[in-house]
Design a protein around this ligand. Structure first.
Ligand code: GLP
Length: 241
C-alpha cells in the first residue's frame, strides 16, 4: 500500500490526474473504473486540463462507473450519468459507447446488473479503479453488511449514506433509496486501485479501513488485501497515520 498525503488539494488533484494521464499515455486502450461524489471532482478538472494540453487522448479508452442511483432520470442533475457528463465525458474525446454506467432506470434492475457484469468481463481487467470513501466505509455503494456481494447488484442505501448525499438534493426525500453498484469482487480485481480521501470527517474511517481489521462491516478494509493500492489523502484525512 502506498500512502501519499498532500498539504493542498491542488497538489492532490494534480497527482491523481497525473497517475491517470500517465496510464492512458502508456496504454491508450486502458480500461478505467470511475467514481462519483464530491471527492474526485478536482481530479476530473485536472484530467480535462491535461487533455486540453494535448497530453492525452481517450478515443480508445473504455470506462466503467462504479454505481448509479435507481429511479433518477438520466438527465436529472444528480444522476451519476449527468455528473460524469458534466465533469468529464463532455470535455474529452471518450466515445459515448465506451463510457459505461449502470442504468438506474432499467425495467429489470437485476438483468441490468448481469448486463453490466458481462460488459466488464468482455472488457477484461480494469487497469485503474478510482475510488472515494463513504463515512461508514462504503466503496461504490457497497454498504457495511454481514456479507458483501462480488458482482454488480441492487443495494438499499443506508440512512447515513442518504443523509451524506442529501447535500446534493433539495431535500432528504428526494435522495433515492436504492442504487446499482459494482461489487467488491469486481473492484478488487482491478490492476491498480486509486483511493482518494479528503476532509477531517474521513480521518477516522480511512484510518480504520487501512489499519483496522479486514471486515465486511467496513467494506473499504478489504482494500488492504489489494496488491497495488495507492491512497491519496489531504492532510486532514491523513492526520491519524
Ligand atoms: C457516494 C458514492 C461513492 C463515494 C462516496 C463518498 O455515495 N457512491 O462512490 O465515494 O459516497 O462521497 P464523497 O466523495 O461525496 O464524500
Amino acid at each position: 500500500m502506498n500512502l501519499l498525503t498532500f498539504d493542498s488539494h491542488a497538489k492532490l488533484h494534480e497527482s491523481g490526474a497525473g497517475i491517470i494521464t500517465g496510464l492512458v499515455q502508456t496504454n491508450p486502450r486502458a480500461v478505467l473504473g470511475l467514481a462519483t461524489g464530491g471527492t474526485p471532482v478536482g481530479i476530473y478538472e485536472e484530467l480535462v486540463k491535461d487533455y486540453r494540453r494535448g497530453l492525452t487522448r481517450f478515443k480508445d479508452v473504455t470506462t466503467f462507473n462504479l454505481d448509479e442511483y435507481v429511479g433518477l432520470p438520466e438527465d436529472h442533475a444528480e444522476s451519476y450519468r449527468n455528473y460524469m457528463n458534466m465533469h468529464l465525458f463532455h470535455h474529452i474525446d471518450l466515445p459515448r459507447t465506451r463510457a459505461h454506467i449502470p442504468d438506474g432506470n432499467a425495467a429489470d434492475p437485476e438483468a441490468e446488473c448481469r448486463r453490466y457484469d458481462q460488459l466488464l468481463e468482455q472488457a477484461g481487467q480494469i487497469d485503474l479503479q478510482l475510488l472515494g470513501l463513504g463515512h461508514n466505509g462504503h466503496i461504490g455503494f457497497n454498504e457495511p453488511d454481514h456479507a458483501l456481494i462480488s458482482g454488480t447488484h441492487v443495494v438499499q442505501l443506508r440512512e447515513e449514506t442518504r443523509r451524506a448525499n442529501a447535500r446534493f438534493f433539495d431535500s432528504m426525500e428526494q435522495v433515492p433509496t436504492h442504487a446499482l453498484t459494482m461489487g467488491v469482487g469486481t473492484i478488487l480485481k482491478a490492476r491498480m486501485i486509486l483511493l482518494v480521501v479528503k476532509g477531517a470527517d474521513k480521518a477516522d474511517i480511512v484510518h480504520r479501513a487501512l489499519t483496522g481489521p479486514i471486515t465486511t462491516d467496513c467494506p473499504a478494509s478489504l482494500l488492504q488485501t489489494h496488491p497495488h493500492l495507492v491512497v491519496l489523502m489531504d492532510a486532514e484525512a491523513g492526520r491519524l497515520f
